[in-house]
Design a binder for this molecule. Sequence first.
Ligand code: FDA
Length: 459
Amino acid sequence: MSAEVAVVNTQGKGPQEIVTDVVVIGAGAAGLMCAAQAGARGRRVLVLDHANKAGKKILMSGGGNCNFTNLYTEPANFLSENTHFCKSALARYTQWDFIALVNKHRVPYHEKKLGQLFCDNKSIDILKMLLAECEAVGATVQLNTSVEKIECIPRVDAMSGEGAQVAEGVVASNSTPAKATKADKRAKAAKPSKGASAAPAAPPNDGYLLHTSIGPVRCQSLVIATGGLSIPSMGATGFGYDVARQFGHRVLPTRAGLVPFTITDQLKDLCTELSGTSVDCLVSCNGKSFRENILFTHRGLSGPAILQISSYWLPGQAVEINLLPDRSVPDWLAQQRLDRPNAELKTLLGEVFTKKMAQLLCEQWFPSKPIKQYTHAEMEAIADKLSAWQVVPAGTEGYRTAEVTLGGVDTREVSSKTMESLKSPGLYFIGEVLDVTGHLGGFNFQWAWASAHAAAQFV
Ligand code: FDA
């Protein structure tokens, strides 16, 4: 435990009570960043995580090389019911700020494609960097610790009225009233922002008391950085949503995002046969399109274009896949018919796809014959299938393999300037637990850094 975090006795009995300025629950990307930055402001910070290791998702990210940001980050790269919410934090802590931090720690990196920055070595470089930043400012990271209960401590000066009722059994003997000036400053900063609905006046409080597996912990500011539901085997839980609900927040329905599709109908055989084949495509759904590779798998479809569109797809809907996005397929087929009338369709398709894929498409979709023998209607049907293939996925692989969770804590009840709850002063939500989800390509980490930085200036 860091010397920066005071440890006191509660009335001489029971486990020691820890008193600190800030508790961050979740030692992931957002939590560590927030701890480091709040610590740099002189705040005593304690990070609690139930996992046995910090930053497990950082370690597994980017195929082990952590795609830590994107050069072209902008608000349009994020999904949220409240599209304005992410703008302020992203503008105040940009990809360039994070790159400066990476450079300061001499972490080697490269742009892979589309502005995506990856570590040259392993993701652990980013985790080590964040832990070093925490250590440098005395922020303590306490692993293997579960939080069983959270209580809000009413301000002492509010206890003569209704607050006294709530306070029963909560305030320990050594409670220190928060300075009115700090609470007032916070209340001012947490005014509803653009896109945030005006919340009813929140009751004043004197911080939070946490019942944890290491004993009671008291803090002025509580930051929830527990992420989303994806990859439960890595320690993901719905804890942050439960805390949000406890303090009167709306939690928008969650679903897996950046996730492969499963296919169970007659297409399954094609996917299985082509498993491992990757094709550059334009994939569209609900007015959104992504141009990248799709990957056939034993379970269905994956690859970057599929992961991207999965965040926009809803069950039962069709996804449109243009398998030949660089050409007008009707024009190309018509030209082939003129130039090479005796060429078989299988041969022509074998020039733009793998031989195996051409063969399978002909077996399953349109029996191969010399191109001159197709009727006009058949030519149209072939062009249509190749340029606007309609696929109705059975579902997604779910949280087991999803990179992110869509939905979450409704940002209309959170300050976009401070990330503070508009319902309960001193409570903050950062990172993926919020209803802000980035596209594939380093955007989700950039949101974790930016939202963490925003909160860290006010906790
Ligand atoms: P994060 O999930 O990182 O951290 C949450 C922390 O809270 C964890 O340490 C967890 O143990 C802890 N926690 C949860 N419940 C708790 C509880 N009840 N009590 C105590 N602690 C609790 N993004 C990107 O930009 N580039 C990339 O390359 C990738 N790659 C990638 C690969 C894979 C396989 C996945 C699953 C995800 C990605 N992502 C990504 C997404 C990215 O990892 C994700 O958006 C961020 O880690 C979110 O950061 P948070 O800090 O919000 O949550």
